[in-house]
Design a binder for this molecule. Structure first.
Ligand SMILES: Cc1cc2nc3c(=O)[nH]c(=O)nc-3n(C[C@H](O)[C@H](O)[C@H](O)COP(=O)(O)O)c2cc1C
Length: 228
């Protein structure tokens, strides 16, 4: 059992997203799974360049992306993974740029344009998205984040297998709010939430990691143009 996690935050060491990912990986490791954390911001890579090489009729349909960059060996290792956990901060109501680029390169080569075609990924595996964000729970639906989360959940669900969602909201953005412009935020409330609620988010991430490594996999979702 191999569980791979991907940190889509440029803050690589101790911040929100990577902390949750590390908890998820510890959960997976506690069941005996092999684990790997990929720091997306350590890699030089682009999103899909729309070359359509992966859709060429003359080419073997193996889900391999023709673009050669730092992501190439990572995508190669994904082929052996039994679960994928992707963590991203929310930037302007979407995943971070590196996470978006990664998702494009991860998914598109496996997408079948043939009638009735399922994903080219050879197995069904568990996937999860972990999002961290400044916005508090109460406003997520009103500002449309639920649709953004659902879209990525669907994308991973179609290509690999059912996608779990873990949301960590109202996160701590600075270690010292007095040193940065932050009048819009209640720094005491932020700090309090970080000490009271974030540890629960970490526990939820640990439990998610255990589930990801359980080997129990729900069927991937059908492509939108297929009958369910
Ligand atoms: C460029 C940028 C854009 C952001 N946009 C949003 C946003 O649209 N909504 C939100 O809730 N938080 C936003 N945030 C806050 C981050 O999502 C939040 O602080 C997150 O927990 C950071 O994750 P990290 O600590 O792992 O880096 C933004 C932060 C940055 C740096």
């Amino acid at each position: 059992m191999k569980v791979m996690a991907f940190n889509g935050s440029p803050r690589k060491k101790k911040w929100n997203t990577v902390t949750l990912l590390n908890n998820a990986l510890q959960g997976a490791h506690s069941t005996g799974a092999e684990i790997e954390l990929v720091q997306l911001y350590d890699l030089k890579f682009s999103g899909c360049i729309s070359c359509f090489s992966c859709k060429r009729l003359s080419r073997k349909k193996d889900g391999v992306c023709s673009v050669q960059d730092d992501l190439t060996p990572v995508l190669d290792r994904v082929k052996q993974a039994d679960a994928l956990i992707i963590g991203s901060p929310v930037y302007y109501g979407a995943e971070s740029a590196a996470t978006r680029a990664f998702l494009e390169r991860l998914c598109f080569p496996y997408l079948k344009y043939s009638k009735g075609g399922r994903s080219l990924f050879p197995r069904r595996i568990n996937t999860a998205m972990i999002y961290t964000m400044n916005a508090p729970d109460q406003i997520l639906q009103r500002i449309g984040y639920d649709r953004m989360f659902a879209m990525t959940q669907m994308t991973l669900g179609m290509h690999f297998g059912a996608c779990e969602l873990l949301l960590s909201s109202d996160t701590l953005q600075y270690s010292d709010y007095d040193k940065y412009e932050a009048e819009a935020f209640d720094k005491n409330a932020k700090r309090q939430r970080h000490t009271k609620v974030f540890p629960d988010d970490c526990k939820r991430a640990f439990a998610l990691g255990v589930r990801m490594a359980s080997g129990k996999v729900t069927d991937p979702m059908p492509m939108p143009w297929q009958e369910s």
